[in-house]
Design a protein around this ligand. Sequence first.
Ligand code: GTP
Ligand code: MG
Length: 392
Amino acid sequence: MALYAAVMTGKGTGAIATVQVFGGAAQVVLAEIFKPAGSKCAEFKTGKILLGTIVDGERNIDQVIIGCEGPQTLAIHCHGNPLIVEMIMEMLANHGADLISAEALLIRILTEEGSLNTIAIEAKLAQLNAKTLAGTKIIANQIDAGLTEDASEWLKNAETTSLDRIAAEAEQILADSRPAKLIIAGCTIVLAGPPNSGKSTLLNRLAGRQKAIVTDIEGTTRDWVSAQCRIGPLCVTLIDTAGLDEQLAASSGETVEKAAQETTARILTEAELILLVLDNSRTAEQLNKTLLERVVARKVLTVLNKSDLPAKFAVAQLPDSLSKTVQICAKSGAGVENLKKEILQMAGVAEINTETTVAFTPRQQDLLRQLTAAKSKQRAGSIISELLYPSG
Ligand SMILES: Nc1nc2c(ncn2[C@@H]2O[C@H](COP(=O)(O)OP(=O)(O)OP(=O)(O)O)[C@@H](O)[C@H]2O)c(=O)[nH]1
Ligand SMILES: [Mg+2]
């Protein structure tokens, strides 16, 4: 009888880990290695939760909870210590289990259950890696409603729905998928600006702790510093960078300065959004050429910091692409809530809710793009079928 096992949780990341066991031999093998609390032998009735101990002969390995998810599907919820997880996996392998990845195991379970469409299988897999609860909900909604429902409706009403309408709806789904991806997979926001403008102070403020060193010396931050924070539904990786400065970038003698400038330039290319932090108490001269070159063609929100000091910055000197501004005082926190609202607005997530139809895998997005260009109803029909059902 077949038996498969996989670790479903990230390695060593939580207090609890889940090992999923699946196959005809699941109950037999679990009966050998699991001793239920208070009774002699375990009864793995679907829907039941059992408390007990994983044992290797006379040796207790860990106290666990077994979730009886189906006649062939049992989940062992054990402590997250990687050594415990490894021991349980090794025991399962010694009892004949094939150790496979979480993704491979889910595909096995879902295809054997038979009734699920391709989007449902992709959803279960994508949920394993979602960064936020909102992201998990967005994905879950695509199974019975969302993308599955929209695609099924297109197929059902193929006779009466025009190709133009389907293309427009597919375009809208693709447009909503971009901000949804930030909620599902997380988002990188880079803080850039001239030296001493308050980038590190803002990073600390947004992260809620003192992650980066703050001083009044220009060029304090050399290497980049990162911190995780939540902004609305977004799980954000914030990256603080060395201040961009023309003279520093041109200096050939100072190796550290040069390396810092180059690192900042590279990190800027990875940002989904750039916060251009300027010092509102200084003139527009701080907008040096190096800085402008790096950010001008990107998605930028200009943050005018130090609003507690007399203003000297002329907003009119900002190029059009940088003209969306927010005033804050990173030192006291004034205006930071408004900054967060603007970030959500710029990321496009303000309009996304957990009910929005989105495409959450490259396969789905590629098929929707093909659908927007379909020239015949027959072609559109085959693309939609491929979206819903496994091909071949
Ligand atoms: N008055 C005032 N001072 C601020 C504010 N934000 C930061 N500062 C001060 O400005 C100086 C520079 O702040 P940092 O956060 O180190 O600036 P930075 O942009 O990271 O500087 P580099 O790492 O050198 O590029 C420090 O003395 C801060 O205390 C603010 O909102 N108001
Ligand atoms: Mg700094």
